[in-house]
Write a protein that binds this ligand. Structure first.
Ligand code: LMR
Length: 398
């Protein structure tokens, strides 16, 4: 039966974590996966999460099924966070939100939903993008194209190239856009450029699909929501996948959401009914625990305040690491100007390291990064930063 099954390549991100775990070097460093670590190198359990969890566990609640689209308090909290509590979209019933299995699950449910609309149009992802985007949309049946995004010469966005790509797509192309903290490059477009992207999406009748996995990691919750809010003001129908893996440090709980913005409350009812069918035939309904914690934190003012402070701590630590890293690299003898690392946003930096240099870091130093040169700055800390800077200086000089 399985004689013709080919060995699949390892996942470029989690496969690397497997190699890291197996590595015996005592001072190994994992800059591969997108996970925030504290200065002690630990994945934090946020105090707001712990408090909400303790209160929840103390209630000894039964574990019945929850609705196919997830519980209302969770979905409403997601909408408030994405669009702002006073958004007219929410008031007018134009947002359909379903709790999903992480941001990945939200992308897949959204892709399946669009595919069932039978629009016969491709999906477009940024070049480069998060490794899983292509796989998700291909698995849902899309032909996947790349739009120009990154300019390796400037370490920023090639916006003219992006515009040219977007303008070339046929009507109803699903365009996957990173709402903030672009993964893997850390290079975001400006507010004025978002407005231009929106105009193109409108005039070309594209389907915007905003992937929002890092809200709060660049400048703040509202500031990082700017793209979503501009699309909300545009009057368009669009999709948003969002995730609490990073912002709540709840990676393994798989807490995410898909929000679909429609034209009316009546349209929302029909969309929700079909969305539920997609979910029901996939995993039936979401798990209880993670969503209950997030809803409790977001809907309890004291816990919400605590979470916002903890999120700010994570954000500021990453910024400090970016700043210090640029200095340490120069001190270690790097001649190239790597100051772009400080300007990039969110967890990642597209370091410019080649696949060969990354391989040397792994073999010789036990420092793991993606072969594309993406490094997770959120895994740097005051104990490993000197080692990483020195090792990078060495491989760059070779
Ligand atoms: C990453 O990009 O490393 C994270 O988003 C984890 C994942 O699911 O790939």
């Amino acid at each position: 039966l399985f004689s013709s099954v080919q060995l699949a390549p390892k996942d470029p991100i989690f496969g690397l974590t497997e190699a890291y775990v197996a590595d015996q070097k005592p001072d190994k460093v994992n800059l591969g996966v997108g996970v925030y670590f504290t200065d002690e190198g630990k994945i934090p359990l946020l105090k707001a999460v712990l408090k909400a969890e303790e209160e929840l566990v103390a209630k000894h609640l039964p574990r019945g099924y929850i609705p196919i689209d997830g519980p209302n308090p969770y979905n409403q909290a997601v909408q408030n966070l994405l669009f702002g509590a006073h958004s007219p979209l929410i008031k007018d019933g134009r947002v359909v939100t379903a709790e999903c299995i992480g941001g990945t699950g939200a992308l897949r449910v959204g892709a399946d939903f669009i595919e069932r609309l039978n629009l016969k149009a491709p999906a477009a992802i940024s070049n480069p993008t998060w490794e899983n985007h292509r796989g998700i949309f291909e698995a849902a049946g899309f032909e996947v194209r790349d739009y120009t995004y990154f300019d390796s010469a400037t370490h920023g966005v090639d916006f003219a190239g992006m515009v040219k790509s977007l303008e070339s797509y046929p009507k109803h192309t699903t365009v996957v856009l990173h709402a903030c903290c672009h993964n893997p490059t850390g290079a975001d477009i400006t507010e004025a450029q978002w407005r231009q992207v929106i105009e193109i999406c409108k005039s070309k009748e594209l389907i915007p699909f905003l992937d929002m996995a890092y809200q709060g990691f660049a400048d703040g919750i509202d500031q990082d929501g700017i793209a979503v809010r501009l699309f909300a003001d545009s009057g368009m129908s669009f999709f948003v996948s969002s995730s609490f893996s990073k912002s709540f440090s709840l990676y393994g709980e798989r807490v995410g959401a898909l929000s679909i913005i429609t034209q009316s409350k009546e349209e929302s009812n029909r969309v929700l009914s079909q969305l539920k069918r997609v979910i029901r035939t996939n995993y039936s309904n979401p798990p209880t625990h993670g969503g209950a914690i997030v809803a409790a934190v977001l809907n309890t003012p004291e816990l919400r305040q605590m979470w916002e402070e903890e999120l700010a701590t994570m954000r500021n630590r990453i910024k400090k690491m970016r700043h210090d890293f640029v200095i340490k690299l120069a001190e270690a003898g790097v001649k190239e100007d790597l100051s772009f690392i400080e300007d990039q946003r969110g967890m990642f930096s597209y370091s410019g390291l080649t696949a060969e240099q990354v391989e040397r870091l792994q073999k010789e130093d036990g420092i793991y990064a993606l072969s594309t040169g993406r490094i997770c700055v959120a895994a740097l800390n005051t104990k490993n930063i000197d080692k990483v800077a020195r090792a990078i200086a060495r491989v760059l000089a070779a």
